[in-house]
Design a protein around this ligand. Structure first.
Ligand code: AMP
Length: 445
C-alpha cells in the first residue's frame, strides 16, 4: 500500500517523501480515506502508530480542496491534552503542509502570554492546535470566531478526560457549528470516552488498531505466577535489584497500593515515587519531571496517572497488579521499548488474576512467557489450566522443563540466574475472529 493509493494530492505526497515516509501505517490506511470522505471518525490508536498524520493529511487535503471563506478564526481545530502534544502536532502539520500554498498554522496553549494569542485569533487560520483550558479562556472572552470552522479533531481524547478536561471539551464542542466534521482519537474507547463519542460524533466510522507484533517486537513480555501478594512483592524487590535495570514503572491497581509500594521500594534502596490521580496536578508534574530527569528510578503509578509518559530510559514495566482492561495492558507496556530501545514488561499473576492474563493474551494475540525466579518456589498456573485439556504447546513446554531441570515443572535457568519456563504457545484467542480484531479496522466491540 502506498500513500498515492490513498488518493493524497501531489504536494502532500512529496512532503511525505521528503520526511522519509515510505508507506502508510495501518491507522493511516484505515483513517485517511474516511476523513477524506468527510466522515466523522472514532479511532482507537496509541501514540507511535502514526495517528497524527492519519488525521492531519486528509484534513490538510480537504482544506486545500475548498476555497477558504473570508473572515478570521480556524478552519480546523485540533484539541490536545498537553502543550507538548500541541507543539508536536503543529510541527507535524508544518512538515506535511510544506508544499501546500499559504497554510496558516497556530497554537493556543497555557503558560504563555495572552496578547500574541489574541493577535493570532484575529487572523484567518487553517489549522489551530490548542489545549482545552486556554482555548476556552479565549472563547469565553469572545475571541474565537467559529464561522469558518469545518472540522474538530480531539487527539488523545482519553488523556483529555483523565486530565479533567471533559467539561471544557463539552463547552467548546457546544460552541462549534453543528455542520462540523468530528474526528476523535483515543488509546481506549471505554466508559466515559464512549459516552462522549456518542454525544459528539455523527454516525462515525469506527477504527481500532491494536498494536501489531511488529510494533511490540522490542518489548519482551514475561509473567511470574505467584502464590500470593507477599510473593509478588518479594519477587518485585528481587527483580528491581537486578543489574540491567534502568528506570522502571510499576503499575498498581489502586492509589493506596501505589503509595504503599513506593514507600516499600524506597526502603529497599531505590529512589521511588508514587503517581496517581489523588495527587494535585502540580505534584504530579513535579514527580514526572523528577522521573524524566532520572532523579526517580522507580515510578509506582496507577493507569490514569501514567498516560502519555514518554521516557526513553524506561527499561522495565512491571504489572504488579494486572490491569482490568486488556487495552490498558497494551498502553502500560508501551511505556517501555520507546525511542528504538528494547524493553521488558514483567507481569505478576496470582490465581485471581489468571482470567485477566488470558484476556490480555487473547486481545494482543501474543502469548506471555511464564517465568520462575531463582530463590522463589515455582507457582503453577491455576489448577483448571493445568488439568484441563492442555494445548499441545503447553504440554510440550512442561515436559521440556522437566528434562532440563530434572524436576517436574522446575524452571530452567539462564546465565543471569533467571529461571524460566518455555513460553506457552497455546494459540488461544488467535482464531480468525481475534486476528480480525487485531488486524485493525471494523467495529468497536
Ligand atoms: P504519532 O503516532 O503520530 O505520534 O507518530 C509517531 C512517529 O511516527 C512520528 O515521529 C511520525 O513522524 C512517524 N510516522 C508517522 N507516520 C509514518 C509513516 N507512514 N512512515 C514513517 N514514519 C511515520
Amino acid at each position: 500500500m502506498s500513500f498515492a493509493s490513498l488518493n493524497l494530492i501531489p504536494p502532500l505526497l512529496s512532503a511525505l517523501k521528503a520526511a522519509g515516509y515510505e508507506q502508510p501505517t495501518p491507522i493511516q490506511i484505515a483513517a485517511i480515506p474516511a476523513v477524506l470522505a468527510g466522515r466523522d471518525v472514532m479511532a482507537c490508536a496509541q501514540t507511535g502508530t502514526g495517528k497524527t498524520a492519519a488525521f492531519l493529511l486528509p484534513t490538510l487535503q480537504r482544506l486545500e480542496a475548498r476555497r477558504a471563506p473570508a473572515g478570521r478564526g480556524p478552519r480546523a481545530l485540533v484539541l490536545t491534552p498537553t502543550r507538548e502534544l500541541a507543539t508536536q502536532v503543529r510541527d507535524a502539520a508544518s512538515v506535511y503542509a510544506k508544499e501546500l500554498h499559504h497554510v496558516r498554522l497556530g497554537t493556543i496553549v497555557g503558560g504563555v502570554p495572552y496578547p500574541p494569542q489574541q493577535k493570532l485569533l484575529m487572523r484567518p487560520l487553517d489549522v489551530l492546535v490548542a489545549t482545552p483550558g486556554r482555548f476556552l479562556d479565549h472563547m469565553e472572552r469572545g475571541r474565537i470566531d467559529f464561522t469558518r470552522l469545518e472540522v474538530v479533531i480531539l487527539d488523545e481524547a482519553d488523556r483529555m478526560l483523565d486530565m479533567g478536561f471533559l467539561a471544557d471539551v463539552e463547552r467548546i464542542m457546544a460552541a462549534t457549528p453543528a455542520t462540523r466534521q468530528t474526528v476523535m482519537f483515543s488509546a481506549t474507547f471505554e466508559g466515559r470516552i464512549a459516552t462522549l463519542a456518542g454525544r459528539l460524533l455523527k454516525d462515525p466510522e469506527r477504527i481500532r488498531i491494536a498494536p501489531t507484533e511488529a510494533q511490540n517486537a522490542k518489548i519482551v513480555q514475561h509473567v511470574h505466577y505467584v502464590s500470593d501478594i507477599a510473593q509478588k512483592k518479594a519477587m518485585l524487590m528481587a527483580l528491581l535489584k537486578e543489574g540491567a535495570m534502568g528506570q522502571a514503572i510499576v503499575f498498581t491497581g489502586t492509589k493506596h497500593g501505589a503509595d504503599r509500594l513506593a514507600t516499600a521500594i524506597g526502603q529497599n534502596g531505590h529512589t521511588a515515587a508514587a503517581l496517581h490521580g489523588d495527587m494535585r496536578q502540580g505534584a504530579r508534574n513535579r514527580t514526572l519531571a523528577q522521573f524524566r530527569a532520572g532523579a526517580v528510578q522507580v515510578l509506582v503509578a496507577t493507569d490514569v496517572a501514567a498516560r502519555g509518559i514518554d521516557v526513553a530510559a524506561i527499561s522495565h514495566v512491571f504489572n504488579y497488579d494486572l490491569p482490568r482492561s486488556a487495552e490498558d495492558y497494551v498502553h502500560r507496556i508501551g511505556r517501555t521499548g520507546r525511542a528504538g530501545q528494547s524493553g521488558l514488561a514483567v507481569s505478576f499473576a496470582t490465581r485471581a488474576e489468571h482470567g485477566a492474563l488470558k484476556r490480555i493474551e487473547r486481545f494482543t494475540g501474543q502469548p506471555i512467557a511464564a517465568r520462575g525466579l531463582t530463590g522463589f518456589p515455582v507457582t503453577e498456573p491455576p489448577a483448571h489450566e493445568a488439568k484441563g485439556p492442555a494445548p499441545a504447546g503447553r504440554r510440550m513446554a512442561r515436559s521440556r522443563d522437566r528434562n532440563r531441570t530434572g524436576r517436574p515443572g522446575g524452571p530452567a535457568r539462564d546465565g543471569r540466574g533467571l529461571a524460566h519456563r518455555s513460553p506457552h504457545r497455546d494459540g488461544e484467542g488467535r482464531g480468525p475472529a481475534a486476528r480480525a480484531r487485531l488486524e485493525s479496522a471494523g467495529g468497536e466491540s
